[in-house]
Design a protein around this ligand. Sequence first.
Ligand SMILES: C[S@@+](CC[C@H](N)C(=O)[O-])C[C@H]1O[C@@H](n2cnc3c(N)ncnc32)[C@H](O)[C@@H]1O
Length: 625
Amino acid sequence: MSFAQLRQNRQAKQASSFAQRTPLDKDSSVHQGSIQPTEAVSKKWAGSPELYKDLPEFVEIRSSESGRGLYVRSEGVKSIKAGSTILLLPPLVNVLSTRCLPSHCSYCHVEGPPSALKHCGKCKVVCYDSPVCQRNDWGKHKQECHAITRWMASGSGGPSGNKADNTSVPTEAIRVLGRLLWEMERSGPGSSWSQEIAHMQSHRSSLPPQSPAHGTLASLAHSLAKYLDITQDPSAFNRWGIQSARDLVDLLSKFTTNSFTLTDPVLTPIGVCISPSAALINHSCAPNAVVVFPQPKSSRPNPLMVIALRDIEPGQEILSSYIDITLPGPRRRHELKENYMFDCNCSACSNSEPDPRESLRCPKCTSLVPLPLVEAVTEGRTDLPGSPVICARCNSTLVNTADECQDAIKICRDALDSATNAQFSDITRALRYTTNSIALLRPIPLHIACDPLLALTRLHQTLLISKIFSGPPPSSLGEQHSRDAEVDEACGIAARNVAGVSAILPYGHPVRGVALAELGKLLCVDVDPSTETSPSSASASASASRLISGTRIVGENAAVPRGYARVELAIQVLLRARDELQIGFGRETGDGGGGQAGRDVRGMLQELEREVETWRKVNVVERGR
Ligand SMILES: C[S@@+](CC[C@H](N)C(=O)[O-])C[C@H]1O[C@@H](n2cnc3c(N)ncnc32)[C@H](O)[C@@H]1O
């Protein structure tokens, strides 16, 4: 019996699970943001013991120059261990992004094949995976249902059209604001929920009237008024305590400052959520905690969880990141300033060591060499446009001219934006952008975690997986071989992604765990049964460390083993994934840690171990004949 035969049954199942995996939806991200809060704001909440009752005993709210923040109490508590749950909050207000409405249950957020989900009979927009979910959500969906129906009837599409055509559905920002206001109305202006919303940070007073951010809020305000059907009589806003345009902009600014991106168990953005208690957490680019939604369960509301990424001592502040921390420092700070209006002085931003996110890596001595600056030449730097980029340690020339490197990076950043925009509408075009950009960067010895190479690698992996597994399974040996080559390519790309994120994110960060799980899953896909190799732990471990080491640079192609050695490699990668997921998604989730992703990895490991066992037995018998 061949190993490949043993695993054939699994193949179809894997293919369908990859096909359901959606690529990152950049535009659906909603960030948290910030303004400098005043002492008066802090005092207001301090006098209200009724607020933030869902915070656990071991944390407290304190004020600093970052405004209010969440801290581990200084006395009477032990340190919070990495992987522990800090907050578990069933969010009162959340919505799915428009793209996910047909594929996820709007109540519990479990993903299902669209055919298994049932549309709301009235608006025909939101879906549920069971009558229980539909019933439980009705209290929140009732007013929304009318508003969506009215909105769509007034638009071009209309509710009777194609259910899959979601172009005329109100955006997630509008829908979540609607739910927020109706929830405030239901619970009453004096309720702790309404008070917590009232105390959230707003940027309004710091926004210059002509700024793009102000324009965005103004257009959001118009859309919201249309959605709530109060365009004729703005005083209808009064029932939410909104007396003026100023109050409305204030509310919208609170929303953009404090809302969270709702993600699925592998961190794909699927919507928006509002949780005033979790929004008390301040930002760091070197966070000690993460906000995740690790384990949607059918028929239950999907809770928001804050998990400790490393041990947090009594008295220390709990800090999460508002933005993608794989971006280089200048881009992170720009984003934080633009959207959240503060200058980040965290430990990562103050670090003067060369950062892999913005470095070349000398192929000779492996030193990090800062990328030449794209715009001006700063004092003390030798990256004049026509001058070579030289390794200060071993004097090797890394790039012949600084502008050659700068041009390639600029072109590839633009291509990354184009690929991101095209990823859902035209996957072939998106793949062309990522393939060409990665090829363009190949002659430059960028660190594997350098921007935009890492982001291109991640997107390329997602696109390749969609392409490979969205079609029918191979029906001839020729088709099988070309799919095998694509799977090998995807493994190589996934390995680079693991190496990249591992070089810049701390052990246990959920992005690392998910990257490892994706690589392990790809390695589990059966390829060419005729090239099975014999068991060899030593060679598998060498392959594993070559494949997932943080030192590789683009252009090096690690061999992806076939047959048995590949399975051994998959097991090693999945074991690492399991351990890191247990931290990033919490030790207490997913019946053994790691949330849904951890559970899936453990399932794959069990299956692989069973197959290896059977393979060993069969081969011992065959050798004995
Ligand atoms: C989502 S809120 C966090 C809670 C907030 N401090 C409060 O008082 O409600 C974002 C706010 O926190 C502050 N903030 C968060 N991270 C910060 C940081 N690293 N440096 C300075 N201010 C920060 C900003 O002033 C911003 O208004």
